[in-house]
Design a protein around this ligand. Structure first.
Ligand code: SF4
Length: 168
């Protein structure tokens, strides 16, 4: 069974192709934190990956004030970028997913409003969108295997030991 870092490696290899295809429309970059919201939760398996890689930050660092992700720094960059969770890696791209609606499977799509300019996402071929679902399944399988079939999720903010917040 793959571990979280292996899964991220595999994921990034897939995402890089989509980033190349959409390089003209993606405005994502250092300092943009539009998708770094405050209510992100992760499975224990991803939380432990952050704990293992950022012991000092979690023990002594201060979380960003509420209203944005606790891991944002004062200059709006991600303090755990190299080991950021899955959900942060696919943000910004055209997203597609399937939903059951009235006993019918429908496809839904979305993209960050900052990246909406360009060919309408409804017209993009499937393979030019990031499909939500298959990678989540892999993460879920890993979580179930490593954590005795639990599906506990942890808020990113809860990973900090410190209750104070970064001064602004
Ligand atoms: S972990 Fe990093 S990339 Fe993800 S929401 Fe928080 S600051 Fe943004």
């Amino acid at each position: 069974m793959q571990k979280v870092p292996d899964l991220y490696k595999q994921l990034d290899a897939e995402l890089i192709q989509l980033h190349q295809i959409h390089s003209n429309r993606l405005k994502c970059g250092l300092g943009c934190s539009a998708c770094c919201v405050d209510d992100i939760t992760v499975f224990e398996v991803e939380a432990d990956n952050i704990r293992n890689n950022y012991k000092d930050l979690l023990e002594h660092g201060l979380p960003h004030p509420k209203g944005a992700c606790a891991f944002l720094s004062q200059d709006n960059s991600c303090r755990i970028y190299e080991h950021r969770p899955y959900v942060c890696r696919s943000q910004g791209l055209p997203l597609r997913w399937l939903e059951d609606q009235n006993q019918e499977v429908v496809e839904l799509r979305d993209i960050c409003p900052l990246n909406d300019e360009g060919r309408p996402i409804e017209e993009l071929p499937e393979e030019e969108c990031w499909t939500i679902g298959p990678f989540e399944e892999k993460l879920l399988r890993l979580q179930l295997k490593e954590y005795e079939n639990r599906t506990t999720r942890i808020a990113l903010r809860e990973l900090f030991n410190n209750n104070s917040i970064l001064p602004y």
